[in-house]
Structure formats: structure tokens, C-alpha cells
Ligand binder design. Structure first.
Ligand SMILES: *[C@@H]1O[C@H](CO)[C@@H](O)[C@H](O)[C@H]1NC(C)=O
Ligand SMILES: *[C@@H]1O[C@H](CO)[C@@H](O)[C@H](O)[C@H]1NC(C)=O
Length: 845
């Protein structure tokens, strides 16, 4: 029965994957209806970086009208072969391109003042225009100092031809070396964007001309035309970064980017989305700055700004909320990528219309932390800035087409503009009404209503179909544990939760984490609890919700945070934990006013956490890898007993015959095992590495990553290791500890951390070894310097120090059931497949 079912599901899934593949490949293979690459004045084909430019005289669909043109060419050094010839005009001349498909087209112009022509092209002054827009107005090369110039425009062509006029200024000549006229997919440029200052929808963009002025690949390499499906060039952002801002580059494998129906490779190549600038480690208190880029612009124009985002750095959903500013205006407040994309590595972009900043000829774009949210990080992957044509229908200066081309029928129809305005106004009104309705709907959303995070067909039908079916598939092949049928702790009624948290009173908010908000609550019997309420907008949160329930309900250990129960009434995702009165370890290290911990307290906390992890790794038949060990996931109860929390990312470890689990890299920056990052192979030793970072953090009381510091100090693992290797760790330790630490204890601690941070997993100790060593360091501290440290090896421990035996693991409840066993099929999140079983149709429950 089960087999049949899963077989059937598999074939459906296969069909869907195939369907998805067909869809994706149809996006991927956008073939421009019009595709002119023209080498002007050339007598032969010019191929450069895989693209061939044809001579301007050999195509019937292209007509050159010039009373007087000459050809120049050069064999001497030119910036690229595209520039090696030019056509020079002494009177107004034109190219007429036959257009197969109306719509927006790239118009790309290449200029280079070749030296061996009769005219001095360096002092040439001329204008370039289409029938609709002035592209260049009395432009001269003088200011360019003999370098080449590339211009890219995006022009809507509404007729069967595109005319490109070259108009020499008085007594000068005009010239051009190469031209591209290439179709753009309709979806790439919208008619609308959000205008800022004041914030309002701006419509009618289709009627306006664009000129690309900046196109950046944040934190990544130059992407040249042949590597972009639409022949665009993306440059690195570093030279535009504001000096005072401090950004960290992040990158993932480009193949991990997940395109959707609304964001495709035509939007931007995966090389753009797979790199970013970011602030670095999340949650670092006092890390409050913006990453700012500054762009010189012409203050007389409006700009179309497209910001590209993709959460490539979070370990889990809902860990990244930040603000986007354009100039000093907030462009997007509390931008929560998780809720917009429902996934990590899923790209998103947003369009704006903006002026230059007031009284200045720069445009600034910043991302920075949202002070309303606990998560301190911000990121951006790509940015496009395009100049928008002005009232004179010009992209360069104020002279209009009529001034430039008095004899051409450029003055098309004023009627069109008026119609455009009316349509624009109507659309605006509709949009405002829709926005208002959305807002009202959102405001009035109470827990009594339906299931707001059910997959809505946000991306059109194909994707939502895919999503639903993937979900179903998981249920088909998964293990079908249902929440009700297994003993997963107490089931709370939603009303009980409301009473306990005073209706989720914001004053009881303990924090905002990977999964949602955590509130302090008091049960009817007076028991203090922590209530974690899943972000209702996050579909993937459900997976982590299940993982956490399943993991925690079967794991009982003094050093693991206990799950008391859960509530899934009305599709709420609420977990109820024991309350940890002293909160996260990190808040006792830095960023708060809490009193510093003593060395002994720190050792005891580290030992507690190590015990919890040791239990995870060895307590079960199959070990459990936490994957997100960090100082915010080590919580302290009222007696400062440390407990490991947050199992949303946990995975079961490798099966006996395997040494690792292959998996997409998840975890928190600064704590990530470099080997895991490189090889995407997860072992218990990845947790050991992260724990090494925790040890250094405990000793030095600074964040794992702090991008504000000088380069060599940014990463605590690197920084502390250089001092540890010199045997001078005391130089960078918490000043509060200076003189209060037994040197032998410190030495043991430093050595332990060093071993944890070994480059290769095989060189790192097991959590059991770490535990012994920390016990030893504590013993050294307690017996003070009276006890001399013997020459030892790392696993040595002093006989007589009692080690709390590990609580026996309850084998009667197998943590891993058949359908889920370890490393099967695809390296997907194994822990989530069972999780999904409950999620097929929460409405049905
Ligand atoms: C130039 O390229 C075009 C298209 O690739 C080709 O059809 C033509 O034969 C080439 N001409 C020469 C002279 O190589
Ligand atoms: C980031 O920039 C915006 C806009 O200029 C400003 O309002 C905000 O205070 C800045 N935030 C920080 C942390 O500097």
C-alpha cells in the first residue's frame, strides 16, 4: 500500500520536475527576436568574446542613410576588437533597423576616437537620437581623454523600424564604432515602480527611455556580456562603497540559486545572486551601521533603481530583516526576504524611481539593520541604476528631438501621452485601493482566521503547483508520523497560550529567532515557559517546527532545553519550552550591561554545553548533528546551568557505513566549519568547530565575526588562533578576567579551543574529548595553581574528577524511522521529509 502510494507519487513528482525543467529551460533560452550586433565601417565580421558583430553594410534589414560617410579603421591598439573600425558622418545620418517584434530593446553604442582617421575624432561633437529620444546631446570626447565609451539604453520601440540618428554639431563630425539593437524580454522592465519622497506608485515607465548608468554585482566578479543571457555587463561594487561602511563579502555556489517564475536568469544571472555584501554576523550588539554605495548622477534626472536580493547567508528562514534606503528615504522598511520568497537562495528584486539626493549630484543606496528587529544584518546582491528620460524626451541635457531633428516626424502623438497619463492615474488609484485592502486585511488578521501561510499562487500557477506537489511527495515517501499519534509532549490549546502570554504581549517578547518570535509566558499553575510562535508567513518554518518537536520530544538531557509541549491549533506553530531565566550565553558576554561572568562560571557553562552536544552526538543509535552551535543557542537557566537550544537545523548524523552527510551548507557565519563549507559534508566535527568558536567568544567576549574591526581581526577563529599559536591568548582575552584566571587552566582552555578549530575535521577532538579537557581546565582552576599541569596529551584527564554519566538514550522510541534513514537519495534535508507529512493540507485538520 505504502509502496504503491510512493511509486505513484514519484511518477507525479517526476512529471512535475520535468514540467518545471521545461518551464525553466524555456526561460533560460530567451531568443531575442531582434538581434543586431553591428560593426560600423568594418568590412568583415568581428568576433569578440563569443559574440559576432557583422558589418553595417551587409544586412538587408539594416539600412544606412548617409549622404556623406567615411570609414576609419585601425590596426593599432584599441580597447577591444569591437572598436577597431568606425563610421564617420559629416552630415545628419541614420541607421534604420527593421524590427521584428515591438517592445523594449537594448540600444548599445560603442565609441572610440580612432587616431588614424582624417578627422580628429577626439574633438568631435555630436548628438545621437532615436525617433523618440535624445540619447546623446552635443557630446564631445574631449573629457574622455582618449578612452573608449560604451553606452547602453533600453528603448521601447513601438513601430516596425528603429531609426538611429547621428547628428554632427556645427562644423564637426559624428561617429560610431559599433551598435547593438537587441530585443529585451517584455517582463524585464515593468510599467510601474515605487517612487520615493513621497512614496507613491510611479507608472508610465513603458513610455520612457532608460540609460544604464550602473549595474553592479555586489561582492562578486565582473560579469561580462557573454556570460549574461541578455548581454549585460555587471561590475563589482567595491569602488562605490562608501569608505566608512564596512561590508563583508558572502558567496555561495551559483548553482544553488533557485529561480522562480517571477525571477529568472533574465532578471540577473545566478552569478549576481550568489554573491553579496553583508554586515557579517547576525545579532552583534552595537553593530549598527549601514552599508552604503554612492553614485555620481546628474541631478536633473530621475533614476530607475532595481535592487536585487537573495538570502544566501542565513542558516534558516526569518533570520534576515533589514531596511533599504535610497538617499535618505526608506525604500523598504523591515524587508523580510523569507516571507517574500519562502526560501533561502531564492532571489527577489524591487524597483524604484528616485531623484538624486537633495542638493547633490549623488545617489546613495544603503542597506542597514532594522532597529525594530532583533536580527542585526543586512545584505544586497545586485543593483541597477538607470537614468530615466526627462520631459524633453532626452537622456542627455534639455534639448529636445525637435531642436535636434527638425525635419523628422518625431513629434508622434501627444494623444498617446495623454492616454498614458490617464491610464497611469487609473492604475495608481486601483493600486492604492488594492494596497489599502491588503493592509486592512492584514491588520484584521486574528488567530481565529484561516491559515495565512498556505501556499498562495504567488508566482503564478506553475510554481504553486510545483510547491504543493513537492509537499505531497514528501508526505508520500515520508514516514507519516502524525503529531497526534506520537507522544510529543503536552498539546496546548491556543487559548491557554493566549492566556499564558497575555495575548502575545510585546512586553513579554524575549527575542526574534530563526523560526519566529519568542515570548515569556506563565502557565496557569505558575510555571514559567518560553513560547516560540512560528512566523505564520513562512512555509518552511513548518519543517523546522516539526523537526524541533520530533527531536526535542525524544531527547531529554539536563543540558538540552526541554520541550514542554506545542500547539498546532488553527495551524498555529507554537512550541512551549522550559523558561531559561538567564537567557542566551551571548548576552552575558557582550552587548549588554549584565555583569561579567567569572572564569569558573564560564568553564561550567562551556562544560554544560559540551555535555549537551556530546549527548546529541553519542546518545542515540544514530548521532545527531546540531548544525547551528553558537552563543545565542546556548541558554542559561536561573542557576546558570547551560542548555543547548534550537534544533531547527539539526540533522541525523552519518549512518554506520558512511562518514558524512552531504547537505546544503547551513549554519551561522563565523561559526561555520570551513571544511563543511568547502566540501558540503557534515559530520559531528562541524559542531566541534563551531563549539571552538564559542570557546574563543567566551574567552575574548567579542562576536564571532565583527566586520567593523580591521581585516585580520574580523573573524575570531582566525584572530584568536594567531594569538593561541604564539601562546599569548591572554593578550586578547576579556579584560575582566585579567589576573583572575589560573594560567594553567587558561592554557588548557586555549589548547582545547585550538584543537576544535583545526582545519580538518579528522584533527579535531570529539565532543567527549572536549568535555574531558574542559573538565580538566575547571579542575585546574578550582584547585588553583597548587596543582601543576602534567605533560599530557589532549585526552588526558585527572582521575577522580567525576564525570556525570550520560543519561541513557531512550531507544524504545527510534529517532530515525525507516523512511528517513540518514543519507538516502538526494541529500535533501532528511529531517524535513517526515516533517512535511503533516503539512499536506493543514486546512484539512
Ligand atoms: C559573418 O557572420 C555571419 C553570421 O555569423 C555569417 O553568416 C557570414 O558568413 C560571416 N561572414 C564572413 C565574411 O565570415
Ligand atoms: C542608515 O541610513 C539611513 C538613511 O540615511 C538613516 O536614517 C539611518 O539612521 C542609518 N542607520 C545607521 C545605523 O546608520
Amino acid at each position: 500500500m505504502m509502496k504503491m502510494k510512493s511509486g505513484k507519487w514519484r511518477s507525479i513528482v517526476l512529471a512535475i520536475i520535468l514540467f518545471k525543467f521545461v518551464c525553466q529551460s524555456s526561460y533560460a533560452s530567451f531568443i531575442p527576436a531582434d538581434n543586431y550586433l553591428i560593426s560600423c565601417g568594418s568590412s568583415r565580421n568581428v568576433t569578440y568574446l563569443g559574440r559576432t558583430f557583422l558589418p553595417d553594410t551587409t544586412q538587408s534589414s539594416l539600412v544606412l542613410k548617409s549622404a556623406n560617410s567615411v570609414v576609419a579603421s585601425s590596426n593599432s591598439s584599441v580597447p577591444s576588437p569591437v572598436y577597431q573600425s568606425a563610421r564617420i558622418f559629416s552630415t545628419t545620418s541614420s541607421y534604420k533597423f527593421q524590427i521584428e517584434q515591438k517592445g523594449r530593446h537594448w540600444v548599445r553604442l560603442y565609441f572610440y576616437p580612432l587616431t588614424n582617421s582624417d578627422s580628429n575624432l577626439n574633438s568631435a561633437s555630436f548628438s545621437v537620437a532615436t525617433e523618440q529620444f535624445v540619447l546623446l546631446s552635443n557630446f564631445t570626447f574631449k573629457s574622455y581623454n582618449g578612452s573608449s565609451m560604451f553606452k547602453e539604453y533600453a528603448i521601447n520601440v513601438a513601430s516596425d523600424n528603429l531609426m538611429l540618428y547621428f547628428v554632427p554639431s556645427n562644423n564637426s563630425v559624428a561617429f560610431v564604432n559599433a551598435i547593438e539593437v537587441v530585443s529585451i524580454p517584455d517582463a524585464l522592465f515593468p510599467d510601474q515602480a515605487l517612487a520615493l519622497n513621497p512614496s507613491a506608485p510611479f507608472s508610465g515607465l513603458s513610455d520612457l527611455g532608460f540609460e544604464t548608468v550602473y549595474r553592479l554585482n555586489m561582492g562578486g566578479p565582473l560579469i561580462s556580456a557573454q556570460n549574461d543571457t541578455l548581454g549585460r555587463t555587471w561590475e563589482n561594487d567595491e569602488k562605490y562603497l562608501h569608505v566608512n561602511s564596512s561590508a563583508v563579502r558572502v558567496a555561495v555556489n551559483p548553482s544553488s540559486i533557485i529561480y522562480t517564475a517571477s525571477v529568472t536568469t533574465e532578471t540577473a544571472p545566478n552569478w549576481v545572486y550568489s554573491t553579496a555584501e553583508a554586515m557579517g554576523n547576525a545579532n552583534v550588539a552595537g553593530m549598527n551601521f549601514n552599508i552604503t554605495w554612492v553614485f555620481p548622477v546628474d541631478p536633473n534626472f530621475k533614476y530607475f533603481v532595481r535592487a536585487h536580493f537573495c538570502d544566501i547567508m542565513s542558516a534558516s528562514l526569518n533570520n534576515l530583516v533589514f531596511n533599504l534606503y535610497i538617499n535618505d528615504d526608506i525604500a523598504i522598511g523591515s524587508l523580510d526576504l523569507s516571507s517574500l520568497t519562502n526560501g533561502l537562495d531564492v532571489p527577489y528584486y524591487k524597483d524604484f524611481v528616485s531623484n538624486s539626493s537633495t542638493d547633490s549630484d549623488t545617489l546613495t543606496v544603503s542597506v542597514g539593520p532594522d532597529t525594530m528587529v532583533d536580527v542585526t544584518n543586512a545584505t544586497m546582491n545586485g543593483l541597477e541604476v538607470m537614468k530615466i528620460s526627462n520631459e524633453a524626451k532626452s537622456l542627455d541635457g534639455l534639448s529636445s528631438l525637435e531642436d535636434l531633428l527638425p525635419n523628422t516626424p518625431s513629434n508622434k502623438s501627444k494623444l498617446g501621452i495623454i492616454t498614458g497619463l490617464i491610464v497611469g492615474a487609473v492604475v495608481t488609484v486601483v493600486l492604492i485601493v488594492v494596497c489599502y485592502c491588503c493592509l486592512v486585511a492584514r491588520k484584521s488578521k486574528t488567530p481565529h482566521q484561516g491559515h495565512p501561510w498556505l501556499p498562495l499562487p504567488l508566482y503564478g500557477n506553475s510554481l504553486s503547483l510545483t510547491k504543493m506537489s513537492t509537499t505531497s511527495q514528501k508526505s508520500g515517501t515520508g514516514s507519516c508520523i502524525s503529531l497526534a499519534s506520537s507522544n510529543l509532549g503536552r498539546v496546548f490549546m491556543f487559548q491557554e497560550i493566549l492566556d499564558a502570554t497575555n495575548k502575545f504581549d510585546e512586553s513579554l517578547l524575549l527575542g526574534v529567532g530563526g523560526f519566529g518570535r519568542v515570548y515569556k509566558g506563565t502557565l496557569e499553575d505558575g510555571t514559567k515557559v518560553a513560547v516560540k510562535r512560528g512566523n505564520p508567513r513562512s512555509e518552511q518554518g513548518l519543517a523546522e517546527f516539526r523537526t524541533e518537536i520530533e527531536m526535542l520530544s525524544k531527547l531529554r538531557h539536563r543540558h538540552l532545553v526541554s520541550l514542554i509541549g506545542y500547539c498546532d491549533e488553527r495551524s498555529e506553530m507554537i512550541l512551549v519550552y522550559e523558561y531559561m531565566a538567564n537567557g542566551p550565553l551571548r548576552s552575558h558576554l557582550y552587548g549588554t550591561d549584565l555583569p561579567p561572568l567569572s572564569w569558573k562560571q564560564r568553564l561550567e557553562i562551556c562544560i554544560g554545553a559540551a555535555r549537551g552536544l556530546h549527548y546529541l552526538h553519542t546518545g542515540a543509535a544514530q548521532s545527531i548533528i546540531h548544525r547551528d552551535v553558537k552563543t545565542t543557542n546556548i541558554l542559561l537557566d536561573e542557576n546558570f546551568v547551560a542548555k543547548v537550544a534550537d534544533f531547527g537545523l539539526s540533522k541525523t548524523g552519518p549512518a554506520l557505513d558512511q562518514t558524512h552527510v552531504s547537505t546544503a551548507v547551513k549554519g551561522s557565519f563565523g561559526y561555520l566549519d570551513p571544511e563543511y563549507f568547502r566540501r558540503q559534508q557534515l559530520t559531528e566535527k562541524s559542531d566541534v568547530y563551531s563549539f571552538g568558536v564559542v570557546l574563543m567568544e567566551v574567552l575574548c567576549t567579542r562576536p564571532a565575526l565583527n566586520p567593523v574591526l580591521p581585516r585580520e581581526q574580523v573573524n575570531i577563529a582566525e584572530w584568536a588562533m594567531t594569538w593561541q599559536k604564539k601562546g599569548m591568548l591572554d593578550q586578547i582575552m576579556d579584560p575582566n578576567l585579567v589576573g583572575k584566571v589560573n594560567p594553567a587552566s587558561l592554557k588548557k582552555f586555549g589548547e582545547t579551543a585550538e584543537k576544535c578549530l583545526a582545519e580538518h575535521g579528522v584533527d579535531r577532538p570529539s565532543m567527549g574529548d572536549v568535555l574531558w579537557n574542559l573538565e580538566y581546565a575547571l579542575q585546574l582552576e578550582e584547585t588553583s595553581s597548587a596543582l601543576m599541569e602534567p605533560e599530557d596529551n589532549s585526552t588526558n584527564h585527572i582521575p577522580g574528577i567525576p564525570l556525570t554519566p550520560l543519561e541513557p538514550f531512550d531507544n524504545s522510541v527510534s529517532l530515525i524511522d525507516g523512511g528517513n534513514s540518514g543519507t538516502d537519495d538526494d541529500g535533501e534535508d532528511v529531517t524535513t521529509s517526515a516533517v512535511f507529512s503533516q503539512l499536506v493540507n493543514p486546512r484539512g485538520r
